[in-house]
Design a protein around this ligand. Structure first.
Ligand SMILES: Nc1ncnc2c1ncn2[C@@H]1O[C@H](COP(=O)(O)OP(=O)(O)OP(=O)(O)O)[C@@H](O)[C@H]1O
Ligand SMILES: [Mg+2]
Length: 223
C-alpha cells in the first residue's frame, strides 16, 4: 500500500544536498510504523511526500495503489490526498473557522450530506473531548485543543492512510495513550498508520516496527 524505491527529495531543483536520500521501504495495508530519528533527520519531509504535498525528485513512490510522479494528473493526486488523513506538526487549522467547520472539511470535500456531516463531526469531537467547543474559533484554542481538533480532522473521513507528525506533543499523557490505542485499533481494522515521534515512552508503550531516519537516510526498517 506504501512503496518507496530509491526515493530522494531535494527542496529545490538545483540544491545539491537532498533532504531525503535513496529511501526504499514498504508498509502493507493495515501496517503501523513509528517514524523516528533526531530533529532535522527528515521525518516531516518524508511525511510531506507521503501526503502528496511534495513529489519525489528521484525514485518511485506508490501510495494506495497509485503511482505518485510528476506525470500523474493533478486531479488524481488531489483525490489521492483526500484519502489520506494528516495531523501536521503545527496543526495547520483554518484559524477563522470554528472547530466543527475545520473537522467537517474532509467530509465536505466528499460532498457528504450536511446532516450526516453534523453527526459525524459531533461524534468525533466528543471522542477527542471537544464536544462542548464545536462553535469555538480555531484561533481561540489552546495548543492541546488545536492538536485534538487536528486529530479529529485527520480521522473523521476514515482515511485508508493516517500520517501523524508528533501528534501527542501538546497532549496530556492520558489523552496521548487514548490516541495511541485508537491508532492501534484503526490499524488492526486495516488502516495504515505512520506516526513520527520523539516520545520514547510512547514507543515503548506500543511496540511496533520503526522506520528510523538519520540525516535523510533510512538507517533502520523493522523492530
Ligand atoms: N522550510 C525549510 N527550509 C529549508 N530547510 C528546511 C525547512 N524545513 C526543514 N528544513 C531542513 O530539512 C531537513 C529535514 O527537516 P525535517 O523538518 O523534515 O526534519 P524532522 O525530522 O521532521 O525534524 P523535527 O524532529 O525537528 O521535526 C533539516 O535539515 C531541516 O533543517
Ligand atoms: Mg518534523
Amino acid at each position: 500500500m506504501i512503496r518507496l524505491s530509491n526515493v530522494s527529495w531535494r527542496r529545490e531543483r538545483k540544491a545539491n544536498a537532498p533532504v531525503l536520500s535513496n529511501l526504499s521501504f514498504s508498509v502493507p495495508q493495515g501496517g503501523f510504523r513509528w517514524l523516528l530519528g533526531p530533529s532535522g533527520a527528515g521525518k516531516t519531509s518524508l511525511l510531506s511526500l507521503l501526503h502528496v504535498e511534495n513529489l519525489p525528485s528521484d525514485g518511485t513512490l506508490c501510495l494506495l495503489d497509485k503511482d505518485v510522479t510528476a506525470q500523474t494528473p493533478r486531479s488524481v493526486l488531489v483525490r489521492l490526498r483526500q484519502r489520506i488523513g494528516m495531523v501536521h506538526q503545527n496543526f495547520r487549522l483554518m484559524p477563522g473557522l470554528s472547530v466543527a467547520d475545520n473537522v467537517a472539511l474532509p467530509l465536505r470535500l466528499q460532498y457528504r450530506p450536511e446532516d450526516e456531516i453534523t453527526d459525524e463531526v459531533q461524534a468525533i469531537l466528543k471522542w477527542v473531548g471537544l464536544g462542548d467547543r464545536l462553535d469555538a474559533r480555531a484561533s481561540r484554542l489552546s495548543g492541546g485543543e488545536q492538536q485534538r481538533t487536528a486529530i479529529a480532522r485527520a480521522i473523521v473521513h476514515r482515511p485508508g492512510l493516517i500520517l501523524a507528525d508528533e501528534p501527542t506533543n501538546a497532549l496530556e499523557e492520558p489523552q496521548a495513550h487514548k490516541l495511541l490505542d485508537m491508532f492501534s485499533e484503526l490499524s488492526s481494522m486495516g488502516t495504515t498508520v505512520i506516526v513520527a515521534t520523539h516520545n520514547e515512552a510512547l514507543v515503548r508503550r506500543l511496540p511496533r516496527p520503526a522506520l528510523v531516519l538519520e540525516r535523510g537516510r533510512l538507517v533502520q526498517d523493522g523492530t
